[in-house]
Design a protein around this ligand. Structure first.
Ligand code: ARG
Length: 462
C-alpha cells in the first residue's frame, strides 16, 4: 500500500493512489465545507444515540463529542485546515477527530454512512436557510406595505399589454407584489413540512443491524420523525429540487419587479425615481444614472433557474440509491440561495428608496382613454347591455381621439350626441379619482379596499 493510500479510509481496497484528475473532480470540500455546523451537530446527535443505546462506550462518546466541539470552534475561528485529499466535509472532520482524540474517533461512523450523513446535513442546512429566506421575504413585504401606506392615494395608469388600461392606485399595484411574496412564504412553509423527516440511520441504503434509536436523533436534530424507507432516504433529492423551484418562482416575482422598476425609471416612462445609492454611473456618459441593481436582480434570476434545471436533469436518470452525481446538489443550492438572498435584500432597498413621480403618474393615467370602461359601465347602469355600451364608449373614444382630447375634456353635448340617455352626472365618470373610488369590489383598487388590505397584511405579519 502506498503512503497516500494508507491515509485513505478505503486505502486497503483501492491500491493505487488516486489520479490527480479524479481527486480534483471528486473533492467537494471547497463547496461542502459550508455544511460544517450541520455535519458536526448531526455527528454529535448520532454519537449520543450510539452511547445511549450502548452501541459504543460512554468513554469513547465523551471523547468524540469533545473533539467534535473543538473542531467546530476551530472552523468557526478559521483555524481549521481543510484538505482536498480528504474529499468532503464528512471525511475532513473525521480525519481531524482522529488527530485530536486518537482511535476513539473510529467508533463514530458506526451504524451510519456518508450517504445518510450528507442528506441529513443538507436537509438541516436547507431548513435553516429556508427560514432565513422567509424572514427576508417578510422584510420585503414590510417595505411594500410602508411604501403603499405613504402613497395610499397616488393614482397611476394600470396596464395590460403595457398599454394604458384603467386608472389604479400605486398602493394597490405595490400590494400585488405583496401577494406574490406571500405565496412564496406559504410555499416555504409547506416545504418545511415536507423536508421535516430525518434520514440519519438509513446508513448506506439498507438500514443497519445495530439497535439504533432514530426517533432520538430525529428529536435532537429538530426533525418531526425518521424517514420510513432507508433506500428512499439516501436516494431522495426532492427537497433540493423543491427548494430550487421555490427559489426560482420567487425569483420570477423579483425579476418582474426589477423589470417594472427598470421600465418605470426609464427616461421614456419616468414614473419613479430611485435612491442614488442603488444606481451606478457611466464611464463615458457623464449624465448617466443607471438602475444596475434592478438589472442584476433580473440577471441573477436566469442563473437560479439554471440551478433548478441542472438538478432536475441530474436526478432524472438516476436509479436508486446513492450516486456521486448527487454531490453536485450542494453547489446548485448554495449558489441559488446566495443569489436569491441578495436579490430579496436588494429588492427591499429598492422598494424603500423608490419615489413615485405623482404628477407624471396622474398625467399618464389620463392618457389612453383609461376611463372608457367606466363610461360603458355608466350606460349599463342606465339599462343598456354591456355589449352595446362597449360600442357607444368606443365611439366616444374615437371622437376624443380625432379631436385630440382626453375623455374628461369632452363637453356634455358631444357625449349626449353619442348617447342621448346620459345626464349631467356623466361628466364625473371621466374623473380618475371617481374611477378608482368606484372599484369597491373585493380585491379592487378603491382606497377603502387598499386600506383594509394593508391592515390585513400587517395583522398577518405579526
Ligand atoms: N460528498 C458526498 C456527497 O456530497 C458524500 C456522500 C459520499 N458517499 C459515497 N458513497 N461516496 O454526495
Amino acid at each position: 500500500m502506498t503512503k497516500e493510500n494508507k491515509n485513505k479510509v478505503w486505502g486497503t481496497r483501492v491500491k493505487k493512489p488516486t489520479s490527480k484528475l479524479l481527486q480534483s473532480i471528486n473533492s467537494s470540500i471547497d463547496i461542502d465545507k459550508r455544511l460544517f455546523n450541520e455535519d458536526i451537530d448531526a455527528s454529535i446527535a448520532h454519537c449520543e444515540m450510539l452511547s445511549k443505546q450502548k452501541i459504543i462506550k460512554n468513554d469513547s462518546a465523551k471523547k468524540i463529542i469533545y473533539g467534535l466541539k473543538k473542531i467546530k470552534i476551530e472552523i468557526q475561528k478559521n483555524k481549521f485546515q481543510f484538505k482536498k485529499e480528504h474529499e468532503d466535509i464528512h471525511l475532513n472532520v473525521e480525519k481531524r477527530l482522529f488527530e485530536i482524540i486518537g482511535d476513539h474517533a473510529g467508533f463514530l461512523h458506526t451504524a451510519r454512512s456518508r450517504n445518510d450523513q450528507v442528506v441529513t446535513d443538507f436537509k438541516l442546512w436547507i431548513k435553516k436557510s429556508a427560514h432565513n429566506i422567509d424572514k427576508n421575504l417578510t422584510l420585503l413585504i414590510k417595505s411594500f406595505l410602508n411604501k403603499a401606506k405613504k402613497n395610499i392615494d397616488v393614482i397611476m395608469p394600470g396596464f395590460t399589454h403595457l398599454k394604458n388600461a384603467q386608472p389604479v392606485l400605486f398602493s394597490h399595484y405595490l400590494l400585488a407584489y405583496v401577494e406574490m411574496f406571500k405565496r412564496d412564504k406559504n410555499r416555504i412553509k409547506n416545504f418545511l413540512e415536507n423536508i421535516n423527516e430525518n434520514p440519519l440511520g438509513s446508513a448506506a441504503l439498507a438500514g443497519t443491524s445495530y439497535n439504533i434509536d432514530r426517533h432520538f436523533t430525529s428529536k435532537k436534530l429538530g426533525f418531526k420523525k425518521p424517514t420510513d424507507n432507508s433506500i428512499d432516504s439516501v436516494s431522495d433529492r426532492d427537497f433540493v429540487i423543491e427548494f430550487l423551484f421555490i427559489a426560482s418562482l420567487c425569483s420570477v416575482h423579483l425579476s418582474r419587479l426589477a423589470e417594472e422598476i427598470i421600465i418605470w425609471n426609464s427616461d421614456l416612462v419616468n414614473l419613479i425615481t430611485l435612491e442614488d445609492n442603488l444606481l451606478t454611473g457611466s464611464s463615458i456618459m457623464p449624465q448617466k444614472k443607471n438602475p444596475d441593481s434592478a438589472e442584476l436582480i433580473r440577471g441573477k434570476t436566469g442563473r437560479i433557474f439554471g440551478q433548478l434545471s441542472s438538478m432536475l436533469t441530474t436526478m432524472k436518470g438516476l436509479p436508486l440509491a446513492y450516486f456521486k452525481d448527487m454531490q453536485e446538489d450542494k453547489e446548485s443550492v448554495f449558489d441559488a440561495y446566495d443569489s436569491l438572498l441578495l436579490n430579496i435584500q436588494l429588492a427591499t432597498e429598492l422598494v424603500n428608496g423608490m419615489k413615485p413621480n405623482k404628477t407624471k403618474m396622474l398625467a399618464a393615467a389620463k392618457l389612453g382613454f383609461t376611463t372608457a370602461t367606466d363610461f360603458a359601465d355608466y350606460l349599463v347602469k342606465k339599462g343598456m347591455s354591456f355589449r352595446d355600451a362597449h360600442k357607444k364608449s368606443a365611439t366616444l373614444v374615437n371622437i376624443a381621439e380625432k379631436n385630440n382630447l382626453t375623455l374628461d375634456e369632452l363637453d356634455f353635448l358631444t357625449i349626449k350626441k353619442v348617447e342621448k340617455s346620459v345626464e349631467k352626472d356623466v361628466l364625473k365618470i371621466f374623473d380618475l379619482k371617481n374611477s378608482v373610488n368606484s372599484k369597491k369590489s373585493y380585491g379592487g383598487t378603491s382606497p377603502f379596499n387598499v386600506n383594509k388590505m394593508i391592515n390585513k397584511y400587517q395583522k398577518e405579519l405579526k
